[in-house]
Design a protein around this ligand. Structure first.
Ligand SMILES: O=C(O)c1cc(=O)[nH]c(=O)n1[C@@H]1O[C@H](COP(=O)(O)O)[C@@H](O)[C@H]1O
Length: 237
């Protein structure tokens, strides 16, 4: 379990991030997430820059394509030296294994980035999953299925809601990662998320990491919001 909540930097450009990070003490090393909104605008240099500021980066591009394409993309992304990255488990075992192969081969120095697979997005409800994806099982079963496929492919863990973390932990190895977005402190606006859990709830349910965006990025005082969420996540309040 990482003590730092991962902050989702869902901003359009570097200028907006610079403004946001001014709320934080300069020397504080954060764990931040660069997603597609930012990466598609700023490209790989945004990762290099955040790392040079002393932050760890989770590169969330949710790759999902044919195995050969994903393998080559991962081989290139590995050079950025991010701490963690991801693919969609729906791409299947062959695609996930290829992603891992590309990442391993592309890692030139240091440790290979942690590789995890998105199961069912935390914005998806069971009804939506069954209707839109035509999956005739419970949401928890679908997430568990994907988690086992990810483990079989050699991946380090999955992205899921903390609601499924306990069940996943029971059926996978001890160090299997459950990274959980959809985190909302009590009373916070839920927005488009469906399977939400508080920071304290995520800890109690066995999450390995929490990812938090809007409750921090849209707060009047982002640093205070971050500190409160961090304390709750670490069981300090
Ligand atoms: O892979 C992710 O990070 C992810 C997976 C998922 O199932 N749900 C999910 O919300 N995320 C990401 O986590 C972040 C959550 O942001 P907030 O809803 O603002 O806290 C966003 O950047 C999403 O892209």
């Amino acid at each position: 379990m990482d003590k730092r909540p991962i902050i989702a930097l869902d901003f359009p450009n570097r200028e907006a991030i610079t403004k946001f990070l001014q709320h934080f003490p300069e020397k504080e090393s954060l764990y931040v997430k660069v997603g597609m909104e930012l990466f598609y605008q700023e490209g790989p240099t945004i990762v290099t820059w955040l790392k040079s500021c002393g932050h760890d980066v989770f590169l969330d591009l949710k790759l999902h394509d044919i195995p050969n394409t994903v393998e080559s993309a991962m081989r290139g992304l590995a050079k950025l030296g991010v701490a963690m990255t991801n693919v969609h488990a729906a791409g299947g075992v062959r695609m996930m294994s290829s992603a891992l192969k590309g990442l391993e081969e592309g890692t030139v120095e240091g440790k290979r980035p942690v590789l995890i697979a998105v199961t069912q997005l935390t914005s998806t409800s069971e009804d939506e999953m069954q209707h839109d994806q035509g999956i005739d099982r419970s949401l928890e079963n679908s997430v568990l299925h994907y988690a086992k496929m990810a483990e079989k492919s050699g991946l380090d863990g999955v992205v899921c809601s903390a609601l499924e973390a306990t069940a996943i932990k029971k059926q996978t190895s001890d160090d299997f990662v459950c990274l959980t977005p959809g985190i909302r402190p009590l009373g916070a606006a839920v927005g488009d998320q469906k399977r939400v859990v508080t920071p304290e709830g995520a800890r109690a349910l066995g999450a390995s990491y929490i990812v938090v965006g809007r409750p921090i990025t849209k707060a009047d005082n982002p640093y205070q919001a971050y500190q409160e969420i961090k304390q709750e996540w670490n069981g300090e309040i």
